[in-house]
Design a protein around this ligand. Structure first.
Ligand SMILES: NC(=O)c1ccc[n+]([C@@H]2O[C@H](COP(=O)([O-])OP(=O)(O)OC[C@H]3O[C@@H](n4cnc5c(N)ncnc54)[C@H](OP(=O)(O)O)[C@@H]3O)[C@@H](O)[C@H]2O)c1
Length: 168
């Protein structure tokens, strides 16, 4: 399977690339700079140049793949609203390409978006005061509310990562 991985140079994405290649898959790794392209290439993946702001590059990456794992995110916490909006638009763009294909779309999010102080489940909505809304964007892109989504024949899933769980 050939998988398009956005954020292929990042902490999570680079581990995803490694796992996929070790499991025998081909990876198309998204890179927005020469340094990024070099590290994607060194990891054994094919390079797909582009950025979250360049929707055509997201579209062609998704079109060339059997599935997409979206881990890219602009971690600018001083300007979080636009970063969350770029994430939403990227998910929408990827979803548009995959619609009707039954190809999987996996997106990352964070546990900060769910309510603190109790056990969270996949049925929880994101806290409305936070601008990040990867879950809702994926649901909208695939035409259903929950994570296993059938209306547009996209197999969609959100991985909500806790910082303590994967970094530090
Ligand atoms: N790591 C954690 O502990 C943790 C916890 C909770 C949630 N998450 C979520 O998991 C996902 C991955 O996190 P991470 O820790 O791997 O993040 P990261 O190490 O900061 O990597 C971010 C990735 O996004 C890319 N990127 C940033 N801006 C971009 C743009 N404008 N266009 C294209 N690519 C762009 C970066 O490319 P460059 O290399 O070119 O900068 C990099 O590959 C994110 O959604 C994050 O919020 C992570």
């Amino acid at each position: 399977m050939r998988v398009f991985v956005t954020g292929a140079t990042g902490f999570v994405g680079s581990a995803v690339v490694r796992e996929l290649i070790d499991a025998g898959h081909r990876v198309l790794g998204f890179a927005r700079s020469d340094a990024g392209a070099k590290s994607v290439c060194a990891a054994g993946a094919e390079v797909h140049r582009g950025s979250l702001e360049d929707f055509a590059s997201l579209r062609t990456g998704a079109a060339m793949s059997d599935g997409v794992i979206h881990t890219a995110f602009i971690h600018d916490f001083s300007n979080y609203g636009p970063a969350a909006e770029a994430d939403r638009r990227a998910i929408e763009t990827l979803g548009d390409v995959l619609a009707g294909s039954d190809r999987p779309l996996i997106v990352t999010s964070g546990t900060l978006v769910v309510a603190p102080g109790r056990v969270a489940t996949e049925d929880d909505a994101a806290r409305p005061q936070l601008p990040r809304n990867s879950e809702a964007a994926l649901a909208a892109a695939s035409g259903a509310r929950h994570m296993v989504l059938e209306n547009r024949d996209i197999r969609a899933m959100v991985e909500s990562l806790g910082r303590a769980a994967v970094r530090g």
